[in-house]
Every structure is written in C-alpha cells, then in structure tokens.
Design a protein around this ligand. Structure first.
Ligand SMILES: Nc1ncnc2c1ncn2[C@@H]1O[C@H](COP(=O)(O)OP(=O)(O)OP(=O)(O)O)[C@@H](O)[C@H]1O
Ligand SMILES: [Mg+2]
Length: 451
C-alpha cells in the first residue's frame, strides 16, 4: 500500500483493516485519481473497487477539507450504506462527516443533514433528485468528485431508469470535477462512454477484465416470499430481502444475515450488486439469470477478496441458451451438478404441498397491496398518472370483457343453432319412422272389415 502515493495515516488505516497489499484495480486507479484524472475502473466482483475510490478521495479531502466534497451515486440503498461505512471506517482519523440519501427514509431529516454540508454524500439517484427538485437548502456546486458505483446499472435504461434523475443531479454539479466510474461488468453504455471520453478528454482508462452462508437469488418478490416461507417451514434459518419490504426491515434483515443469525438470505436482484458479505460461501440462482451480466454480479456475492466460494444455478430445458450466453461471456464452462432423481422424488410431494400452503398464506397477506403501491410509484417515476393509467386499464379491461361476452354469445348462438338443427333432424327422423310404422299398419286395418 506504501507505493500508491497515499499518506501515512491512510496506509496505517488500511493496515488496521487488514488491507496490506493493493489489488490490481487499486494499484492502477489510486495513483491516477490522486493525479487528478477521471477514471473508469472495471474489475471483477469482490476485488476492492470501493477502496480504489474511497482512499484517494479521503487523501484529497484531508488536504483541503470542505463540504460537500464528494458525491457517490449507487443504484441500491443497501449499497449506499455499505459505501458510507467504508468512508467512515477509513476516514475515521479525519473526523469525517457523511450523509446517506436514500428512499424509504425520512426526507426532512435528510434535508437537514444535507444543509449541514457533510464531506461525503452517498445517495441513490431517485431520492437525491427529489431533494434537488423540492429544496435548495444545500449546495453541490463545489464538489470535487462525482463517483458512480455500479456505473453500468446507473447509466443503462433497465427496469429502473435513472436517466431523468441523473440529469437533474448533473444539472447542479460543477463541470470542473473528477468523475470516477466503477463496475464489474462493462456494458455497451460504458463502452460508448469510454469512446466518448477517449475522444473528448483524452483520459487514460484502466480495465481489469482478468477477472456456510448461502445467498439465494429469485426472480421476483413473490417467488422470493414463497421460498422464504417454505424454507422457514422446513426449519432452515432463512431471511429475505426484496423491494416490497419497508426500508427498515430491509436493513434489519441484512444485518441479521451479516451477523450470521440467519444462514440463508433469499434475495431478489436488489442484493445482486456490490453487497460485501465476506462469509457468503454459496450463491444459488433459483432461476437462471436472463443476462450474463446479472449472473456475474449475483455470483460475485461469494468468493470475496480472494476467498473460495461456490455458485449453483437451477436450469430448466428452456434456459439452455441463457447458460450458453453466460459461458460465453465468462469464458467458463459451467459444470453439471449431478442430482439423484430418486432423492428428489422422495421429498417432492412434501415440498409441493408446503409450497401450496405458503402460496395460500401469502395470498392472504397484504403483499399484493404493497405490490400495487410499488407499481404506482414506478408509474409516477415514468411521468404517468397512476389514476389515469388505472382508468385506462379499467376501460381496456371493460372492452376485453365485452369482447369476451360477445364471443361467448356468438358461441352460444352457434351452439343453439347447431342444437336446433340437430333437433330438427331428430324430429324429421322420428316423423319418417312414424310414417313408416303407419304405412306398415295400413294393410292390416284395411283387411279388417273384410274379415
Ligand atoms: N487490498 C485489499 N486486500 C484485501 N482485501 C481487500 C483489499 N481491498 C478491499 N478488500 C476487501 O475486499 C472486499 C470486497 O471489496 P469491495 O466491496 O470493494 O469489492 P467490489 O470490487 O466493489 O465488488 P462488487 O463488484 O461486488 O461491488 C471488502 O471486504 C474489502 O474490505
Ligand atoms: Mg462494489
């Protein structure tokens, strides 16, 4: 650590934490950031990217301390707390003042904290943009560093689009600043950005593609909720983390998992990135991730900082192409994990029954209500009016149900017609039969008077 150009107090602080030798991303990024350059750091999960930006920022802050000195943006709330903690631990001798601005927490107290000019602000884009839109009690016109951790997630237009919030935030930042981008996955967005930066700013970039606690990832909150209930029913020490939970609950659950009170964490992709829990030994993907990038981040929750770890992915016959895409991107052939069918069949009925029980229990909770609230939030973020959308949806539903009724009517009338025709045919047959019988009887009756 002595050769990175860091002050003695910071090197000492690193050693206190057991950071004795820099990782490649730190070796390459720290001196460059200290020189005042912009930086794009792409290195594998668990390779110490956080310290790669925290250390030089702290050094620069110690030379010229003021607030607000540095803004870190990150996609999830948990990650914001983790980054702030690294700043706090490494910057303890400085008497560092930090401030965390994330959703799900009280906005008024956050506004007060912001107005107190903390040295470092760590934020999720949505809530910070809300503060900028609603108040002018703080000033970010002098920040020296803008850091985007998990930059590709922040810049791409995925399920949560941060673009509009980023525009609002960038609007109040000075043009003269250092911008540092970090991620484990270099996506097209970052590639583009890299090309733009290369041509416009002639900046140098560094990339490193060289790249038993269990964390289980599920596709959505519903499947996560059911899985958690099922495992708890089978007495596995399980806890969950997903976006339908209140923020306080999310923090509490994460803390319990970190403290090994619970050995299994069932999480959606809200926990896929950045979270550093060194004791995680196994990551199980309950569904095959749709994108190789998501796979890389999820499995990166194990084998942190040179430790060992295992990741297991459940694959159906419809996911083979996804596995191939992962293998291609990671340059690794995934190994088949042999399972004895006999053993699976032994517990299958019991598991299915428990699953159904849990589904019924989940249906009777207010889970759907929370889902509805989240949907409304998403619509507002997309600039849509949830009530108007609901009206539109109801109208669509009405049209659909009218169509359905109409179709049903047609079907019934066709059926009736068919039925009528069949009836007519049957009547005709009966009439013919009766006529035939009558014809057969006629000669007998005509002979009668002669006898
Ligand atoms: N030089 C180092 N030597 C040993 N351990 C380190 C070093 N630098 C950081 N660490 C430790 O490595 C762990 C992972 O670091 P960090 O969370 O910064 O990884 P990351 O690269 O950001 O991963 P991700 O892509 O998942 O966000 C942390 O516990 C951190 O304390
Ligand atoms: Mg990270």
């Amino acid at each position: 650590m002595d050769d990175l150009g860091l002050s003695d107090w910071l090197v000492k602080q690193c050693k206190h934490l057991g950071i004795n030798k820099p990782t490649p991303v730190q070796e390459n990024c720290v001196p460059a950031i200290l020189e005042g350059r912009d930086c794009l750091g792409c290195a594998k999960t668990g390779s110490g990217k956080t310290a790669a930006f925290v250390l030089p920022v702290l050094q620069k802050l110690s030379e010229d301390p003021y607030g607000i000195f540095c803004l870190v943006l990150t996609p999830t709330r948990e990650l914001a707390y983790q980054i702030a903690e690294q700043f706090r631990v490494l910057g303890k001798p400085l008497g560092l003042r930090d401030c965390i601005i994330v959703g799900g927490m009280d906005m008024v107290s956050q506004a007060v904290e912001l107005s107190n000019q903390p040295h470092i602000v760590v934020a999720t884009p949505g809530r910070l943009a809300d503060h900028i839109r609603s108040s002018n009690t703080f000033n970010m016109a002098k920040i020296k560093f803008l850091i985007l951790d998990e930059a590709d997630r922040l810049l791409e237009q995925g399920c949560t689009d941060f673009t509009k919030d980023l525009e609002v935030i960038l609007g109040i930042l000075p043009a003269k600043r250092q911008t540092l981008l970090f991620s484990a996955t270099l996506t097209d967005t970052l590639q583009e950005l890299k090309m733009t930066y290369k041509s416009k700013l002639k900046t140098k970039f560094w990339m490193f593609n060289s790249f038993t606690q269990t964390c289980k990832f599920c596709q959505n909150s519903d499947s996560g909720g059911i899985l958690t209930m099922m495992l708890q029913k089978f007495y596995f020490p399980t806890i969950s983390l997903h976006s339908m939970m209140k923020q306080k609950q999310r923090f509490a659950n994460l803390a319990k998992f970190k403290a090994s009170v619970y050995k299994i964490l069932i999480a959606t992709d809200v926990a896929a990135r950045g979270l550093d829990i060194p004791t995680v030994q196994v990551v199980i993907n309950h569904n095959t991730p749709g994108l190789p990038k998501i796979y890389i981040h999820r499995v990166g929750r194990t084998a942190r900082a040179g430790r060992n770890g295992v990741s297991i992915t459940l694959v159906t016959q419809y996911d083979i192409h996804l596995v191939h895409a992962i293998e291609e991107q990671t340059n690794t052939k995934l190994k088949d994990y042999p399972v004895k069918e006999k053993d699976v069949l032994k517990i299958l009925t019991q598991v299915n029954v428990t699953r159904r029980e849990c589904e019924i229990r989940l249906e009777s909770t207010d889970f759907d209500e929370k889902k509805e609230i989240n949907k409304r939030k998403q619509l507002i973020l997309e600039g849509k009016d949830p009530d108007l959308e609901a009206k539109r949806k109801a109208e669509l539903e009405k049209i659909r149900s009218q169509k359905k009724k109409f179709k049903q009517k047609i079907r019934e009338s066709v059926q009736r017609q068919n039925h009528g025709q069949l009836k007519k045919k049957a009547m005709k047959k009966r009439q013919i039969k009766r006529k035939k019988e009558a014809d057969l009887l006629m000669p007998q009756s005509s002979l009668a008077p002669a006898v």
